[in-house]
Structures are given as structure tokens and as C-alpha cells.
Design a binder for this molecule. Structure first.
Ligand SMILES: Cc1ncc(COP(=O)(O)O)c(C=O)c1O
Length: 616
């Protein structure tokens, strides 16, 4: 390890300890961890630890039928021009064939990095994570996911109970709580966020007294320069509001709710501003592997515009030349994490199994520079301690498989575990199916975004038949994630809908009642109208993604988010059509009474929706 560090010419990560919270600084090294090494001395009789006896655990094995990694058909890593049949079906699957995964009660393996059994997994363990899973994920993260982190020694990881848990621990490490009744305003710290963002993070940060500071976004995501961009906000910081913020919370791929995907160049621009103002970037990337190379070309093709560069990797996202390959064309084709430009070690990346296995796993990991990771370990030791042993052992066995086939069974055809190849293949299959869903929804939105009305118009000596075309909404084909968010050419005009997000903007000014009521009531009226018996679709109103009261009041009414991930396969098409028909019919509404009444109901309901879907 030391020899490696000697030859590592990359810069050392900077010391971030001046940004640690008081509580985090005060945490001493846990003596429990030092003690654990004595447990592993062969033959030692443990009369010291207060551990329950494993023979009294009621589980003799843990068993499951689990998919083979090839279950779903991938989509190409490069754009296809024109979009082929491969993209025209919602889901492609080789059927439900599966393998049986078994975690045994006891494995005789002496190597704790390969030993997967209930005796160890259900016992108190190390806060870093269950050793076999920790070692697998650490290697996968540093060698396959992020092989080009530019600081010496590379990052460290720690397992979490999902991205939500990771975020809470990150802000716990990096910010002090502030209380209006007790503390001086000059001590108030801040969190920079996208101007529409994932509200669960805001709901975790706000009660700590943090200033929630929105930064302007465009189609990609957070803007570095220009009015309301990161530099503008930090450079013109008004100290009467508190300290200049030192943390960003950002979702960079398939942003929730706007579906934006941040280019490498934008990451570099944002990072440079963070270096200047000493800001830490908390990158929450649950949709990272859901990047859709077909989106850009499909949108140009459907709109009758020439292809940009159909056969290059996502050219518009300005991928850097790879110094080191991940070993997998799929992973190499993805826009890399902020970690790839993090030469100072100021990025805290959150990963999760919620979108790759299931949200109920409550399993994820943080990747960051080793010193900060050590502080996160201290926080974990006195909070969650570690993710559930049931989940950690099951995922370990599924992917890694048993060291010896006599002790347990892994996933895959040979029972030996999916291994890295299988895990990457699984991610590719998931991307494939979500990409096909995105194609299905966006194709229907594309066909349905205009209302065509025919009529007759008189001139002095003639009568003409005329066709009026009104664009009801516009949207951006998402380059990643689960959402569609509708984008206005004039932001005051449209509503955005995002879903493993599609962004949709509604052209409310073209509605016959536009000048007769408030925009917010009109938008809420549409929201309720879509839930009526004829259409039965529930979309997420923009208000639930507004990080401040000002954005909520002024602009959030103009946006909806629609998600192509949650409904069953045949429903993606059906629901998308119902949405389009519902919008079209709403433009036929002439009575103000209807709209006002629905608008009031919509307002009440959308407040409840924040609580209902706040976590997703
Ligand atoms: C941006 C974002 N972060 C975090 C989460 C939740 O992640 P986890 O289940 O790992 O806590 C979600 C869920 O929708 C999300 O969209």
C-alpha cells in the first residue's frame, strides 16, 4: 500500500476538517473498531463482547429465487439512427428463469472478506459494511465505476442504508445546526440546491436551520455562470443571510424532477467555482446507470431535424478521453461522476441499491476522500451501526457467491454468483427496459403535443377553411433517469412534467381561460382534471419540488413531473395516451366555475402529495 502511494503522482486530497461540524470534530476514534481485530484471532474464546449467541438466531438459512443477470435485454451504448425496433417495445425479457441463492448459517471460510454466512451477517458487525460486500463494492467503485479519480490513493467507501441515509450523514458531518432563537445569523450555514430539486433532501436539511439556496438550472442542470448561476450566487453572497454556503446538494443524471443530465464540461465549470469558494459537492446519483443514448437522436428524428452525430458516444455531453477504462463498454459509455474531476477531494458521492435492486433493501454506499470517510464511519458507529445483515448477506451471496460451493449458493446459472460481469450485465438490462419505457412515453407525448382545430374564416370576398395548430405542451426527451419534465420556451408559459422523469411544459397562455383566472388555479385545475374518471392519471405538480416559498409561489405552478418507471409495462402507453387526451380535453373547457373549483381542490391535494411521494 505504501509502495503504491510513493509512486502515485496525483495530488493529495485537501484537508476538509475546517468544514466539519462541531459534533463531527468532537467525535473520537471508536475503540470498538480496534477491539474487533481481536475477535478474528483464530481459536480465541470471546468472553468480552456482549454479543447474542448465533445459535439462538431463528434463521438457519436465507434463501431466495433470484433473476439471472441476463433477464432483460440491453439497449445499445451508442445512439441508433433511426431508432430501431430494439427501442420500440416497452420491456424485453428472456422470461422469468432464475437461480436459487442460499446464505448458509455457517461458512467454514477463514477469510472474512469471502465468508458469507448468517453467523457473521446477523451478528453486530463493522460500521464500514459487511466485510465481503464492502470489499466487493470498494473494488467495483475504484476500478470499474470511477477508475479515474484524480487524487492520490483514490477514494474510500462506507456502506449506508441508502442515499437518504448517506445524505443525512454527509450533512451531519459537514454542517452545524442553527437555531434562530439562540444563534447569531453569522453562524448560519447554507446548502446550495438546484432550483427545482428532490424534496426529501430539503426536508432533511431545513430543520437543521440551514439556508436553502437555489441555483439557476438549464436543460442540463445547475448553471455555473450567468445570472442566478453558482458563481453569481456565491460571489454576491449577502452576509446578512448567514455564512456563504459551503455545500451543494446535486443530482446530476436524470435529475429528480427535471431529468437534466450534466455534461463533463459543466461539471468542470461548477467544480472550479467550488474550488474558489471552498464548497463541498454532495452528488446524489441514484439514476447514474440509467443514461439514454437514444434520447437526443430520437428527439431530433421525431421533430424532423438532422441528426447531430448519431454514431458518437453521447457527443453533446462532451465526454473526456478515458485515461483508464472501467473494463466495460457500458460503464465507459456513461457520463462520469463528479469524482472524475475531483482533484482536491471535495466530492461526496451517494450511491444506492434502491434503483438497481429494490428501494426496500435500504442499502447504498458513500464514496469520498479517506479522511472524510473516516468521520462518516464515526457517525455510523453511533447511529445506524451498519445496514441490515439480512440484506447485506443476500446481496453478497447473489453477486459474489460462496467461496466453496459446499457453503451456500450464489446467483447466476452456475450458482457461483453474478460476479462483476453479471452485475454490469444486470445494470445494462435495467437501462434497456427503462430506456424503452422512456421511448414509448416520449413518442406518445411527441405525437400528442399539438391541438389541431379546423374552422372557416371570412375575408372580404371569400370564405376560407383554416387549420389552427396550438402547441399544448413541449418537453425534453430525457437523457437519463425516470422522469419527463415539460420545458417552456418562455418559462412563464409552460408546465413541466418529469418521470424517471420526462420534462413537460404546458402552454397555459393558449388556454381559452388564461386571462380569466390565475395561472396557478388553471394549472391546479388541469391536475385535478387529469385525475377524473375519464383519464385517471396522477402527475406530480411542480410545487412539491420547489425548495423555497418564493419559487413555489411564483413559478412552480408551471411544472408537472411525469414518471415512466412506476406503472406496469402495458400501462406506460395507456397512461401516456390518457395524459395527452386529458390535456387536449382540458383546452376545451370554457367555464370558469369548473376551473376555479378544481383549482381549489388541487391546491389542497397537492400539499398532501408532498408527504406521500416526498421520498421518491
Ligand atoms: C434524487 C434521489 N435521491 C435519493 C432517493 C432515495 O434514495 P434511497 O432509497 O437510496 O434513500 C431518490 C428516490 O427517488 C431520489 O430520486
Amino acid at each position: 500500500m505504501e509502495a503504491l502511494a510513493d509512486t502515485d503522482s496525483r495530488p493529495e486530497p485537501i484537508d476538509l476538517s475546517h468544514l466539519y461540524s462541531k459534533v463531527t470534530t468532537n467525535r473520537s476514534t471508536s475503540s470498538v473498531k480496534d477491539f474487533y481485530k481481536y475477535f478474528t484471532i483464530p481459536g480465541i474464546g470471546n468472553l468480552a463482547g456482549g454479543l447474542p449467541n448465533n445459535n439462538y438466531f431463528p434463521f438457519d438459512t436465507l434463501e431466495a429465487a433470484a433473476a439471472l443477470p441476463q433477464r432483460f435485454t440491453p439497449t445499445p451504448n451508442k445512439p441508433v439512427d433511426p431508432p430501431s425496433d430494439l427501442l420500440s417495445k416497452t420491456t424485453l425479457s428472456d422470461g422469468l428463469s432464475s437461480s436459487r441463492v442460499v446464505v448458509p448459517k455457517i461458512s467454514e471460510n477463514e477469510d472474512i472478506l469471502r465468508k458469507i454466512d448468517l453467523k457473521t451477517a446477523l451478528q453486530y458487525g463493522t460500521a464500514q459494511g459487511y466485510p465481503p460486500l464492502y470489499s466487493f463494492l470498494r473494488q467495483f467503485t475504484t476500478e470499474n465505476l470511477h477508475p479515474n479519480v484524480p487524487y492520490a490513493g483514490g477514494p474510500e467507501i462506507i456502506l449506508t442504508c441508502g442515499a437518504t441515509d448517506g445524505f443525512c450523514k454527509a450533512i451531519d458531518a459537514l454542517s452545524n445546526t442553527w437555531n434562530e432563537d439562540r444563534d447569531w445569523i453569522g453562524h448560519r450555514e447554507g446548502l446550495l440546491v438546484e432550483e427545482f430539486c428532490y424534496m426529501n433532501a430539503i426536508q432533511a436539511a431545513k430543520p437543521r436551520g440551514l439556508n436553502i439556496v437555489p441555483v439557476a438550472i438549464d436543460d442540463e442542470g445547475m448553471v455555473a455562470h450567468g445570472k442566478g448561476g453558482l458563481f453569481d450566487v456565491l460571489d454576491h453572497w449577502d452576509k446578512s443571510r448567514g455564512k456563504r454556503p459551503h455545500m451543494i446538494y446535486t443530482v446530476t443524471i436524470g435529475q429528480n424532477p427535471t431529468s437534466g443530465t450534466l455534461s463533463v464540461q459543466r461539471r468542470k465549470d461548477i467544480y472550479a467555482v467550488c474550488v474558489k469558494y471552498d464548497v463541498v459537492i454532495i452528488e446524489d446519483d441514484p439514476y447514474w446507470f440509467l443514461q439514454y443514448p437514444s434520447a437526443k437522436e430520437s428527439s431530433l428524428y421525431r421533430r424532423g431535424q438532422p441528426a447531430v452525430n448519431a454514431h458518437s458516444d453521447q457527443s453533446n455531453l462532451d465526454r473526456p478521453k478515458l485515461q483508464k477504462s472501467s473494463g466495460y463498454p457500458f460503464l465507459d459509455s456513461l457520463v462520469p461522476s463528479y469524482l472524475s474531476v475531483d482533484y482536491q477531494g471535495r466530492v461526496v458521492r451517494l450511491d444506492t441499491f434502491s434503483k438497481t435492486v429494490a428501494p426496500g433493501c435500504r442499502l447504498g454506499w458513500i464514496t469520498t476522500q479517506p479522511n472524510l470517510c473516516e468521520r462518516l464511519l464515526r457517525i455510523t458507529e453511533t447511529s445506524t451501526q451498519q445496514p441490515s445483515g439480512f440484506v447485506q448477506s443476500m446481496i453478497s451471496e447473489l453477486i459474489m457467491g460462496p467461496h466453496d460451493p459446499k457453503h451456500g449458493r450464489g446467483g447466476g446459472k452456475s450458482d457461483g454468483g453474478w460476479q462483476v460481469d453479471g452485475w454490469v450485465r444486470w445494470l445494462q438490462g435495467l437501462r434497456g427496459n427503462y430506456e424503452r419505457r422512456m421511448q414509448t412515453m416520449c413518442s406518445i407525448l411527441e405525437e400528442g403535443k399539438e391541438l389541431v382545430k379546423s374552422g372557416r374564416r371570412k375575408s372580404i370576398d371569400n370564405e376560407w377553411s383554416v387549420i389552427d395548430k396550438v402547441t399544448l405542451f413541449d418537453f425534453i426527451w430525457p437523457l437519463g433517469g425516470m422522469f419527463v419534465w415539460l420545458v417552456p420556451s418562455d418559462p412563464s408559459c409552460f408546465v413541466v412534467l418529469g418521470l424517471t422523469l420526462v420534462r413537460v411544459h404546458l402552454n397555459f397562455p393558449s388556454h381559452p381561460l388564461w386571462n380569466k383566472t390565475t395561472p396557478a388555479k388553471l394549472a391546479q385545475g388541469l391536475w385535478v382534471h387529469l385525475t377524473s374518471k375519464k383519464y385517471l392519471v396522477l402527475v406530480a405538480p411542480g410545487a412539491i419540488f420547489a425548495p423555497t416559498d418564493e419559487i413555489r409561489a411564483k413559478r412552480s405552478w408551471a411544472y408537472f413531473r411525469i414518471c415512466f418507471a412506476a406503472v406496469d409495462e402495458p400501462d406506460v402507453e395507456k397512461m401516456s395516451r390518457r395524459f395527452v387526451n386529458g390535456v387536449k380535453d382540458f383546452w376545451g373547457k370554457k367555464s370558469l366555475d369548473d376551473i376555479e373549483e378544481m383549482g381549489t381542490r388541487g391546491l389542497e391535494a397537492s400539499e398532501g402529495l408532498v408527504d406521500l411521494i416526498g421520498g421518491c
